[in-house]
Design a binder for this molecule. Structure first.
Ligand code: SF4
Length: 723
């Protein structure tokens, strides 16, 4: 038996695993006791990774050879790698020649490794000259990016997991960490047990498992978070709980914010948020006066048409009370996917560039062009996730390359996404699994390696970079994601820059050497940036284990906590208060659509269930899809648990069993995000076939972060006629 240290491929906690293998088979997995994220623990998903890898369903659904469809709807036929990549290069080059570089787009994933992300970004922005590259991480954390940048000056979570031990007050907002970040939650439970004086506040429309540990639960109305935070600041000001010295020495913009929150009185907050004024006062007092307050937040803030405002309004509270830059304090956004952070670091989004540079900044564009050896990086803004599929549906983007993600299930307003995939003239899907909803639209299917086979690095929620190592050889004809992109780039260079030296001089024969070369190039791009990792080599990761950034040249360990000196990465070194008034959700409930539908994760499933859906035991927690409603709403509609109902929004309708649930309020409904076409079929409002909860969700998005409002859609729920 061979043992290989690697990282769990599921959530942003980023737990270390030890993979046991025999020849080409993964035979076991256990937590890595030396990994600082989990110290040997794994949750139900992580501890069954070897079983999902060995599941007969996985064996049947793995994509092992390149496949080509001669026309849409036809059976996919095997094609040789060289022919497949040659065809892709020809189609992309032809589209670019005829319609310009912005007629192609790349949609990638927070489950790619940092090296994969880096190459795709360079391919789009450096070689092709389009900024049309975005990621499914847009759906989970772009509001956190925008919130940090607007206030603290850089996209850098200032806290770390160890801070849960030092906190005296934990403020969970829009985070069900008990299910979405289980091993971090175990650490929080331990910290709580060791510190009975710790106060826990949970603000969430649903009384989640996380809320089960709350000393104070605030069941706020969906979308009312900004009003909650502004109301807390109003009270902090009134009671003298703000830290005037810190505000004066380390921030700007407080007067404008003070004026904004003047009318966020407890009465008004109570009316908008639906919570008692006394609870608001308790929350404000605990937050401001505790020795150290740590906020933990996730999709409830991010997946919102006012996501940036929600993030900024929460960070305002930390700045106003000096609950930042000390042990146990700070605004700590939790990432959903295993490498959403790595994607941010390499600038793998339409509006970003390598190493936290901004596309809109001419100096940053020039720096990246020089690093890559190209004349320039185009200034034209790229299409973000929702915009990209809308542009394809409108015929503006004609060739799409989709890697390691399943937008036909996971994107909101699925009808538009499917129209885009149908209309695009050429769709490449690079995937480990052949059966995703998106794969059905592919002209070309390229088989990629997956967990246990891949090589590279990922960064978790606390800025910690860990190695991902291969325990078994790549099966069939699968190739590593970065290597597929490099080989495609080589073919495309023959069309776009014939005779010129390649921009992608990495060996794809030796996976370790090639991936390390990509890493080294990424590392150099961070020199003198806030996330400087010029001191971090793969040799150091091998010797000292996972490390947090920044870790500049000369350092031997990374920085545990940021802003301890009160100096922020802004032009004047001060953090900026951002004054945002509360805005209602994009699609408020109304008489025809009287329920607020929210979506979220289950404890034991992951995304579209390509992996977790292969294992019966992971259905032990929740066996089948349902829409959950308050029992009073069910009684009013004469619904019994298990009855089939039509859940209908302005965009589509699905049929699903209803279940009573007292964890949500009246006029609200909840559905898990995981179930796709195998389980839940439905129709768009114009008659097309759809599946899953995203048949219903809206693509309305935050104007700053462009993150869609997956947490709120207005729906009606009506009993289905029985056959
Ligand atoms: Fe994997 Fe997240 Fe579970 Fe850790 S907490 S084992 S990273 S799914």
């Amino acid at each position: 038996m061979t043992e290989t240290k690697s990282t769990c491929p599921y959530c942003g906690v980023g737990c270390g695993v030890i993979i046991e293998s025999q020849g080409p088979q993964i035979t076991g997995v256990r937590g890595d006791p030396t990994h600082p994220a989990n110290f040997g623990r794994l949750c139900t998903k992580g501890s069954t990774l070897h079983l999902t890898a060995a599941s007969p369903v996985t064996q049947q659904t793995r994509l092992l050879h390149p496949l080509h469809r001669s026309q849409r709807g036809a059976a996919a036929q095997p094609i040789a790698w060289d022919a497949a990549l040659g065809m892709a290069a020809q189609r992309f080059a032809g589209t670019i020649a005829q319609h310009g570089p912005d007629a192609v787009g790349f949609y990638v994933s927070g489950q790619l490794l940092t090296e994969d992300y880096y190459i795709f970004n360079k391919l789009a922005k450096g070689l092709i000259g389009t900024n049309n590259i975005d990621t499914n991480s847009r759906l989970c954390m772009s509001s956190a990016v925008a919130g940090y940048k607007a206030t603290l000056g850089a996209d850098a979570p200032p806290a770390c997991y160890d801070d849960v031990k030092h906190a005296q007050c934990l403020f969970f907002v829009g985070s069900n960490a008990a299910w979405a970040h289980p091993i971090l939650f175990r650490r929080i439970e331990d910290a709580r047990a060791a510190n009975p004086g710790m106060k826990v506040i949970v603000a969430d429309p649903r009384r989640t498992d996380t809320a089960g540990m709350a000393d104070l639960f605030l069941p706020i109305e969906p979308g009312s978070d900004v009003m909650l935070f502004n109301g807390m600041l109003h009270l902090m000001l009134r009671e003298g709980w703000v830290d005037a010295d810190y505000i004066g020495a380390h921030t700007t913009g407080f007067e404008a914010l003070k004026a904004l929150v003047a009318d966020c009185t407890p009465e008004r907050v109570s009316a908008v948020c639906g919570i008692p004024a006394a609870d608001l006062a308790t929350a404000a007092q605990w937050f401001a006066t505790s020795k150290a307050t740590l906020s933990l937040y996730c999709q409830g803030l991010n997946q919102s048409s006012s996501g940036t405002a929600k993030n900024a309004a929460l960070i305002n509270l930390h700045l106003a009370t000096a609950q930042i830059g000390k042990p146990g304090a700070g605004p700590f956004s939790l990432t959903g996917q295993p490498n959403a952070m790595g994607g941010r670091e390499v600038g793998g989004l339409a509006n970003l560039l390598s190493a936290h540079r901004d596309l809109a900044n001419p100096a940053h564009r020039a720096e990246v062009a020089a690093l890559w050896g190209v004349a320039d990086v185009p200034a034209r803004p790229g299409k973000t996730a929702v915009e990209m599929f809308q542009a394809a549906a409108d015929g503006e983007i004609r060739a799409l390359w989709i890697a390691c993600t399943n937008p036909a299930q996971s994107m909101p307003d699925q009808a538009t996404v499917r129209r885009a995939l149908e209309r695009a003239e050429f769709v490449v899907v690079q995937e480990a699994f052949a059966t995703t909803a998106t794969a059905q639209y592919a002209d070309l299917l390229l088989p990629a390696t997956t967990w246990g086979e891949k090589v590279g690095t990922v960064t978790n929620s606390e800025r910690r970079i860990s190695r991902v190592r291969s325990a078994v050889p790549a099966p069939g004809q699968t190739r590593h994601d970065w290597a597929i992109a490099v080989q495609f780039a080589h073919q495309l260079e023959a069309h776009l820059r014939p005779g010129a030296p390649s921009l992608f001089p990495y060996s794809t024969e030796d996976a370790d050497a090639g991936a390390e070369a990509v890493w080294n190039e990424h590392r150099e791009s961070t020199r003198d940036r806030d996330l400087d990792i010029t001191g971090l080599s793969w040799t150091l990761l091998e010797a000292n284990g996972p490390q947090q950034w920044p870790l500049p040249e000369g350092a031997s360990t990374g920085k545990v906590r940021l802003y301890e000196d009160g100096i922020y990465p802004t032009a004047d070194g001060r953090a900026r208060f951002a004054a945002h008034a509360w805005q209602p959700v994009a699609e408020p409930r109304e008489s025809r659509y009287p329920f607020a539908l929210t979506t979220g994760r289950l404890r034991d499933q992951w995304h579209g269930m390509s992996r977790t859906g292969t294992l019966g035991r992971l259905f032990g927690h929740v066996a089948e899809p349902s829409v959950q409603m308050h029992p009073d709403d069910m009684a009013q509609r004469q619904l019994q648990g298990g009855d089939l109902v039509h859940v209908t929004s302005k965009r589509g309708s699905i049929v699903v069993p209803v279940q009573a649930d007292t964890t949500i309020g009246r006029s609200q409904a909840f559905m898990a995000m995981h179930w796709g076409s195998e389980y839940l079929s439905g129709q768009s409002s114009t008659g097309g076939r759809l599946s899953g909860v995203n048949a219903l969700t809206t693509s309305a998005y935050c104007p700053t972060s462009k993150q869609p409002e997956l947490k709120h859609a207005a729906v009606k729920i009506l009993k289905a006629e029985m056959p």
